[in-house]
Design a protein around this ligand. Structure first.
Ligand code: SF4
Ligand code: SF4
Length: 62
């Protein structure tokens, strides 16, 4: 089980991460990415972290 979190202070608003999430957990509003679904539904695929230029996204295995 994985938990995804986004540090909005680190998010630069590039919107590179939101489209690629297979679990549709990432949304974009007010120039920042946000976790919009149940963060515990993260699959740990790292497609979001791999495209984030600022390291704002963290995936933790529980
Ligand atoms: S690791 Fe994969 S499933 Fe989890 S939030 Fe990122 S893109 Fe979505
Ligand atoms: S890829 Fe990183 S910097 Fe870009 S919108 Fe997503 S969290 Fe923010």
């Amino acid at each position: 089980m994985f938990i995804v979190t986004i540090d909005e202070d680190q998010c630069s608003g590039c919107n590179a991460c939101t489209e690629g999430c297979p679990a549709h957990l990432l949304g974009f509003s007010e120039d920042k990415a946000h976790v919009v679904g149940d963060e515990s539904e993260c699959m740990g695929c790292e497609s979001c972290t791999s495209v984030c230029p600022t390291g704002a996204i963290s995936i933790a295995e529980m």
